[in-house]
Design a protein around this ligand. Structure first.
Ligand SMILES: Nc1ncnc2c1ncn2[C@@H]1O[C@H](COP(=O)(O)OP(=O)(O)O)[C@@H](O)[C@H]1O
Ligand SMILES: [Mg+2]
Length: 351
């Protein structure tokens, strides 16, 4: 494992045993993260983003079987392959919630309606930080304040239904942060929120990340959401990473037609103008298509795309994409003008 890295995911597969047959929903995912770095994991719904992160945390659904390697530099255990640990054992439990924590898309599901918010945040504090009741409560309240929940003395004793969506998401972030994790996985944490609250939550996560030197995996189906926060971006399609690079490389030099499509379907944050959605739907991977899974939706597909899956072609040492268009013998294809114009605009806006 590289010394600077906190996480290395190698050839991760997730098999799901369905009654109709075997669904390989994650098909050989590779990425690495440096300490303090934010990775944006981006792709349409169903491409395997959540399964990838659940495999990291060891919270796989019953039918889902991950394989490959997930190397993590743990404080308590040193360098460890998370997949080699007993998924119900003490070791993974000492990492889950304590060293790596996760914010889910739906805070309503993450919290139980039966207990007060304070009690639920406190459960994590008591489990990982201190058994002292008073101290634990103070720590929980303090982190609630830090994520911008006002009037904590009252809020602490309220139930989830008494919180607005935005406040509940803040409470969920508090619960994820209370144990001082080194790594945070945020799985579409703002999708259910309106645009203003969404911006506030993104800013909050960004702030916390800077302050605590957190490593963050930020999952979203909207490239625009990670534009200002990710150092690196992995674009996923049908269980694979199809383009991977530094944020600037993905936004300014995108090479994969799928990334072009994502860029063009990205709502403009300022004007909310939406260019076009991506025509067609992702394939059902119980019956994987021959060749490149994106080929049927790819207007730039070559004959070979329907025969053979493309390998990842290296564009720079930090940027690669899995498309036959990058083969030296492929015909030269320019990215569509609308996207070029959009990239130019983004460059100008960002200076
Ligand atoms: N427990 C499960 N049982 C059956 N299929 C599942 C299960 N979990 C995920 N899947 C399927 O695996 C694929 C990837 O799921 P997921 O990782 O949740 O996608 P994403 O988070 O990118 O939207 C989807 O097609 C989804 O329907
Ligand atoms: Mg998901």
């Amino acid at each position: 494992m590289n010394k600077e890295n906190i996480l290395e995911v190698k050839d991760l597969h997730v098999d799901i045993h369905m009654t109709e047959g075997l669904l390989t929903a994650v098909r050989g995912v590779n990425f690495e993260m440096k300490r303090g770095e934010t990775l944006g994991l981006v792709g349409e719904s169903g491409c395997g983003k959540s399964l990838t992160c659940k495999a990291i945390l060891g919270i796989n659904d019953r039918k889902c079987v991950p394989s490959g390697q997930i190397l993590f530099d743990s404080e308590g255990l040193g360098k460890v392959d998370l997949l080699s640990l007993d998924q119900k054992g003490k070791e993974i439990r000492s990492i889950r919630g304590k060293e790596i924590s996760m914010i889910f898309q739906e805070p309503m599901v993450a919290f139980s309606p039966m207990y007060t918010i304070g009690n639920q945040i406190n459960e994590a504090t008591k489990l990982h930080i201190t058994k002292d009741k008073q101290k634990s409560k103070e720590i929980s309240m303090d982190v609630m304040r830090k994520v911008g929940i006002a009037n904590v003395e009252k809020r602490y004793n309220q139930y989830p239904h008494e919180f607005s969506g935005g406040m509940l998401q803040r409470a969920l972030i508090a619960m994820a942060l209370v144990c001082n994790p080194k790594m945070l996985i945020a799985d579409e944490p703002t999708t259910a929120l309106d645009v203003t609250i969404q911006a506030q939550i993104l800013e909050l996560i960004n702030e916390i990340k800077e302050k605590r030197h957190l490593s963050v995996i930020f999952i979203t189906h909207n490239l625009g959401v990670v534009a200002n926060m990710a150092d690196r971006i992995a674009v996923m399609y049908a269980g694979k990473i199809v383009e991977y690079g530094k944020s600037e490389e993905i936004f300014y030099e995108p090479a994969h037609p799928y990334t072009w499509a994502l860029l063009s379907s990205m709502p403009d944050l300022e004007t909310s103008e939406r260019l076009e959605s991506i025509p067609g739907t992702p394939p059902n991977m119980i019956y994987p298509p021959k060749g490149d899974a994106f080929a049927p939706r790819n207007v730039y597909a070559l004959d070979i795309d329907f025969e053979l899956e493309p390998p990842l072609f290296e564009i720079t040492p930090t940027h690669s994409a899995a498309t036959w268009l990058l083969h030296p013998n492929a015909p030269k294809v320019e990215m569509p003008k609308v996207i070029k114009a959009r990239i130019e605009r983004m460059r100008k806006e960002r200076g």
